[in-house]
Write a protein that binds this ligand. Structure first.
Ligand code: BTN
Length: 275
């Protein structure tokens, strides 16, 4: 039995978030903190929090279920890569049941990137600001500090987030960063709560105002329009000038062969990639 301290609106046997429920869900935020908005399930060690969130989704777990682990034995990154997951970092997956058309779920990638960037900013010294790289990498001083893996299960959306609090992979093929290394003061649980509060805020704004303000906020934090980027996928690479995002969040790249619309890729700067 799943409990979050109120009677959820139920649909097809699941706890879904519709306009009414969304309001009551958000109303609980200010006075009761993230534990009232999210049902956090903590594990000392797990394979992958995304896998566990998928299992819970298939078992009918409601909107707002969070799987948090101190360590992952089989943490997964984008494109089937391994995500370095020793103790000392934040690993969590949030299960959402959003009543949205599938065509809009790509927007969630940008909502989550902004969520994580704001949380990272809150934990870093004032002068430091996280930046973003398409589609959802979060960087500090050009080093990747967090990764986001979005998946679907049983009509639920799963947002997997890994944040380097103390540890970063030593031999990653890109520059890395950690919160503590960048001068931040953070415990993993403190970072988790700030992150979840930030997620609640950004989800609310997105559901209320749509993608346009999210897209604008993402662009304001990302590589500027005009930046030379390289997009690689499956052994192929396109190099060109960043020309913005289309209305669904696809990256527009002006290449020597014309404008390309990129929906999935690893992106790095210019010809000699740093991150
Ligand atoms: C990336 O490749 O940038 C995405 C990394 C996502 C890692 C997080 S850690 C928590 C969640 N569980 C996983 O197995 N992966 C995601």
């Amino acid at each position: 039995m799943w409990r979050r301290g109120h009677d959820p609106v139920s649909f097809a046997g699941h706890d879904v978030i519709d306009a009414f429920d969304r309001q009551s869900w958000q109303d609980r935020a200010p006075d009761r903190g993230v534990s009232a908005m999210f049902n956090i399930q903590h594990h000392e060690r797990i394979g992958s929090t995304n896998d566990e969130a998928r299992r819970l989704a298939e078992a009918g777990a409601p909107h707002g279920t969070v799987v948090h682990a101190d360590e992952q034995a089989a943490g997964r990154g984008r494109f089937g890569r391994t995500w370095f997951s020793p103790p000392g970092n934040l690993y969590l997956s949030v299960l959402l049941r959003l009543d949205l058309p599938a065509t809009r779920t790509s927007e969630l990638s940008f909502v989550t990137a902004l969520t994580v960037a704001d949380a990272v900013d809150a934990l870093l010294p004032k002068q430091s600001k996280a930046t973003l790289k398409w589609p959802n990498d979060v960087l500090v001083n050009d080093g990747k500090i967090a990764g986001i893996l979005l998946e679907r299960a049983d009509a639920a959306q799963i947002i997997g987030i890994g944040v380097n609090v103390l540890e970063a992979p030593r031999n990653a093929p890109y520059k890395t960063a950690t919160l503590v290394g960048a001068g931040g003061i953070a415990t993993v649980d403190g970072a988790r709560d700030i992150l979840l509060a930030s997620l609640a805020k950004h989800l609310e704004a997105w559901l209320e105002h749509g993608f346009e303000p999210i897209r604008a906020a993402w662009l304001a934090r990302a590589h500027p329009i005009g930046t030379l980027l390289r997009a690689s996928i499956g052994g192929r690479a396109e190099e060109g000038v960043f020309a913005g995002l289309d209305e669904s969040g696809a990256m527009l790249l002006d290449t020597p062969d014309g404008r390309k619309r990129i929906v999935a890729a690893d992106v790095s700067r210019g010809a000699s990639a740093g991150t």
